[in-house]
Unconditional design. Structure first.
Length: 138
């Protein structure tokens, strides 16, 4: 017998409480990205002032770096805003992804390995396990 770690999908049954929690979490993440954008703008102005002393090529490099960082954060914020809209439109009682964890399973000679590691899911309703799917019985 050997123990191996395998991924387990976490599914959440959407309740009003869960929906509020997810919404608050996404809103907090959006605010964090906005704070990062504000900080980037502040630091970018200072970096551009410093770069001006080293010539136009330095200014161009700093500008490109700032725009690349700004673009990445704007894209991340947009993705989170789409997640927010999606969760707000999802009806109560629907299952939504809650992430992934790892668990250990015991593997023995003769076991069907794919059956043991595929489609393992834990279903939660307001933090309480309501179902475990795909786990070997016994």
């Amino acid at each position: 017998m050997l123990k191996v770690n395998v991924p387990v999908q976490i599914k959440l049954i959407l309740t009003e409480q869960t929906k509020q929690g997810i919404t608050a979490e996404i809103n907090g993440a959006i605010q964090q990205v906005q704070n990062e954008l504000d900080q980037l703008e502040f630091q970018g102005r200072k970096a551009l002032q410093d770069a001006e002393q080293h010539g136009p090529q330095a200014v161009q490099q700093v500008t490109m770096g700032i725009e690349r960082e700004r673009g990445a954060r704007l894209e991340r914020r947009e993705q989170m805003m789409q997640q927010l809209v999606h969760i707000q439109q999802t009806p109560i009682g629907e299952e939504v992804s809650g992430g992934q964890m790892e668990t250990s399973v015991e593997v023995r000679v003769g076991d069907m390995f794919d059956d043991m590691v595929r489609n393992l899911e834990i279903v939660l309703r307001d933090g309480v396990v309501t179902e475990i799917r795909g786990a070997r019985q016994g």
